[in-house]
Design a protein around this ligand. Sequence first.
Ligand code: SAH
Length: 455
Amino acid sequence: MSFIVNKNERLNVLVEDLTHDGSGVAKVEGYPLFIPGALPGEEVDIQVGKTLKNYGFGRLINVKKASPDRVDPPCHVFPECGGCQLQHLSYEGQLVQKRKTVRDVMDRIAKLPHVPVHPVKGMDNPWRYRNKSQIPFSEQDGKVVSGFYRSRTHHIVDTDVCIIQSEEADELMSTLKHEMHAFGIDAYDEKAHRGMLRHLIVRKGRATGEIMVVLVTRKKKFPQKEAVVELIKRVVPDVTSIMQNVNDQKTNVIFGDETILLYGKTFIIDSIGPIDFEISARSFYQVNPEQTEVLYGQALEYAQLTGGESVIDAYCGIGTISLFLAQKAKEVYGVEIVPQAIEDAKRNAELNGIDNAHFEAGPAEVVIPKWYADGKRFDVLVVDPPRKGCDEELLKTILEYKPKRVVYVSCNPGTLARDLRILEDGGYRTQEVQPVDMFPHSSHVECVAWLETTL
Ligand code: SAH
């Protein structure tokens, strides 16, 4: 309920801001209205939707005065699909907006208005950057549909093309969709827990061109398996790995426990800079390898390694940053909570002949204090936590032992700013922040921050 605007009322408003998820924000006597599809600087006609005590929503009816940064979204299912939030904003405009988001939290949350936030490092070609697609299949009115889930729902927005993913993923997605009934294969029906094909996963090594296709099926036995393998090979002659994963559970989780090799190898190889990675059907791996190289290059630059340092890589995943750092450091210690990822990290170290990287599975906030208690000392600490930021215990450990330099890689500017404030109060000084655009057309932005102790 609001007393300033009424539901269904038509208004003409000036859009002042953009939220982190891509909605325009206009204020009516200080009361914020969120308007999906509107851009800062625009004059728009809206119809008021839901109103709450402190804010409300508006539906965009007409753009009266468009932003100079407005563009026609090239994708025909934008914005229904929900995968992208900013296709109506020029790429340059997106980068400006993302820098502003970071600047804003550095001022407001970190209280560090003097710390430079550099222009966002973006992509030269911000399309077809994703190296992994996980595409759900379903039946709607007797027809197979595949595409992406509408935001916050389990309704598939049907499409044959996604210009964020590889061309091979497009071709496989549409060919399977249009031809699978002819092979006697139907798509999974989530509600009835019937049908065969649940997900198609396509992974591509950017540097190597190797391609893996995974079909997630409800049952192990599915008709005309061999014919489907031949179909995939016809569509993507360069395919190097075809796998089947069986998931017979009623669940949102994509993968089941059993993975079966149907053709080729069980993994693909990709490289980031000089380091090779072995990626299996379920391995975690960054989805935009071109920008990952930019992100890690920045982390490496801020770490300023000369060859003599002991370095921690906290939240190391499959060791991607650790192996990057190991080339320039005396030794690197990586810690990560998922044991399987640590196994991958160890194998990737071996694959690259790197013997100065050590990995341990466990929570960073437990394992790192243990390393210190064992008498180990570190010069540089790199953290790359999940969206919720660093664990409080980990921040305490950092402040207790004070490694000279901290490099903070973050996928969430809000929690980055919160943690920078805690580290500042404990005696660190943030030197600068470099945002990197890992997900063009989405509202996400990654950052690398460089901190030094004052001691
Ligand atoms: N640096 C890696 C992965 C970063 S994603 C890369 O760039 O590829 C964050 C990682 O933190 C995930 O792999 C997640 O499993 C891990 N993680 C989450 N909580 C953790 C904790 N408490 N301790 C250690 N690792 C954790």
